[in-house]
Structure formats: C-alpha cells, structure tokens
Design a protein around this ligand. Structure first.
Ligand code: 5GP
Ligand code: ZN
Length: 111
C-alpha cells in the first residue's frame, strides 16, 4: 500500500474533483490549476515515473492518449490541449506517482 497523495485519492482517503474514470485511470482537477482547464490523468497503478515503469505497463500510454482524446471531445473549450509529463524529480516532478497534465483553455504560459 502506497503512502503517496494520488494513491490516497485513488483509495478515497483524500478528496478530489473527479472528471472521468476508467478501469485503468482516473482524471481529477489539479488542486492548483495553471490554466482554466488543468486536469491530471493518473494511472490507478502506482508507478513512480516513466523511467521506473515495467514494460508490461506501457499500455497505460495508449490509455492516457485515449483519455486525452475523450476529454478533448467532451470538455467545452478543450478541443486543443497540451499534455505535459514531469518524469523524475530533477525534471520538476513533485508527486512521485506517474501522471500526465491535461491543460487547455488558455495555453500561453501554462507549463
Ligand atoms: P508534478 O508532480 O508533475 O510537478 O505535478 C503535481 C501536480 O499535482 C501539481 O500541479 C499539483 O498542483 C497537483 N497536486 C498536488 N497535490 C494534489 C492534491 O492533493 N490534489 C490534487 N487534485 N492535485 C494535487
Ligand atoms: Zn501512488
């Protein structure tokens, strides 16, 4: 059992605003948004970052793209968007549970 913030959210121990869910991933609003639309696409499985993923878990990459596609089609003003990953502490990752930022609405200067 992992003690990280996103695992706590996934277990329902911490509140969050859920935008979408599948068997593999969850999408929540970022608590400190850097743009009008700023979501976090989070695998349900705890993985620290891309470089520590097992090869069998690379399917999460396509699940995340499929979710970005779905969000762009269903969220108003999100037809164009950025996906952003900080992978590793020196790349700026703060929460060490792999996640992808979905950013839209006003993209200039956002991440
Ligand atoms: P990164 O690790 O890629 O630098 O970014 C982590 C992101 O998670 C930040 O944008 C931060 O605002 C967000 N975040 C950190 N803690 C929480 C939390 O408890 N709830 C939510 N919804 N977002 C969080
Ligand atoms: Zn975790």
């Amino acid at each position: 059992m992992q003690d990280c913030v996103f695992c706590k959210i996934l277990r329902g121990e911490l509140a969050s605003e859920v935008i979408a869910e599948t068997d593999d991933i969850i999408v929540i609003k970022d608590i400190n948004p850097k743009a009008p639309i700023h979501f976090l696409i989070i695998p349900r499985k705890h993985m620290n970052d891309i470089q520590s993923m097992a090869h069998v878990d690379f399917f999460y990459g396509s699940k995340i793209f499929a979710m970005a596609y779905h969000l762009s089609k269903t969220i108003p003003n999100a037809q164009d968007f950025k996906l952003h990953v900080n992978s590793g502490k020196t790349a700026g990752q703060i929460v060490m549970h792999l996640h992808v930022h979905f950013i839209a609405g006003k993209l200039e200067g956002a991440l």
